[in-house]
Write a new protein. Structure first.
Length: 231
């Protein structure tokens, strides 16, 4: 990159920074960048409230890579109050072309999908807006049938963080055995996604048993393998 180009990139970064600072001042929202995403968060959004807002988040795709919070926020806010806007970033600080907007309830999120899906955010540039899948549960197939919920909790706790519960079902024929599969609930979608990324692709070995792992409710483009369900 030439010196002239570097200077222009620096100037553009400064312009973006100024616009974001003005947005923070106007909204009184907090802006924090962490783990490849930047979060613009309302001051009244607590962790407890966020956990209650099931189905209230939408996925915004097809964003221009130089489209930032100051351009996105006014558009999504037309539908209803946005409690948090999460913009995914590259290491170069340009955006990855998608974001997530959290509304006050699922009804407003549904309305946002109806109004904004296909909206031209810029001339000739339409965005896609759909409900975000808030999936916090993983399916484990082919687990040892002689293990208890407590044993699974102890063993999986060594491998994964954020487990909130385990659902294990007794065999119809022998109540001392399980059915060979279980569901693991995580504290939030991020914890579940991190666990899935850690365990997939490939199969996990628990007590010398190969265990298949996937979403309990398949996400778009990620159907649960029929082989898993047959175990």
């Amino acid at each position: 990159m030439s010196e002239e180009n570097r200077e222009e990139v620096f100037k553009e970064e400064c312009r973006v920074t100024v616009r974001l600072l003005e947005l923070m001042q106007d909204t009184h929202y907090e802006l924090v960048q962490i783990n490849g995403q930047r979060r613009l968060t309302a001051p009244d959004l607590t962790a407890e409230l966020k956990n209650q807002l099931k189905g209230a988040e939408v996925f915004i795709g097809g964003l221009p890579h130089d489209c930032y919070e100051d351009e996105i926020m006014p558009i999504v806010s037309r539908v209803g109050r946005v409690l948090e806007l999460r913009l995914m970033l590259n290491f170069s600080r340009s955006t990855r072309g998608y974001a997530f907007a959290l509304f006050e309830n699922a009804k407003v999120a549904k309305k946002a999908c109806e109004i904004l899906d296909g909206y031209a955010i810029r001339p000739g540039h339409k965005i896609g807006v759909v409900k975000s899948i808030d999936n916090c549960r993983l399916f484990f197939g082919g687990v040892p049938k002689d293990k208890t919920k407590e044993e699974f909790a102890e063993e999986l706790g060594k491998l994964l963080d954020g487990i909130s519960d385990i659902y294990l079902y007794p065999s119809i024929h022998d109540k001392n055995l399980n059915r060979g599969f279980l569901f693991v609930e995580f504290k939030d979608h991020r914890a579940a996604a991190m666990a899935r990324r850690q365990l997939v692709p490939g199969r996990v070995v628990l007590w010398d048993h190969e265990v298949a792992v996937d979403w309990a409710e398949p996400e778009p483009g990620h159907p649960v393998d029929g082989e898993i369900m047959d175990t």
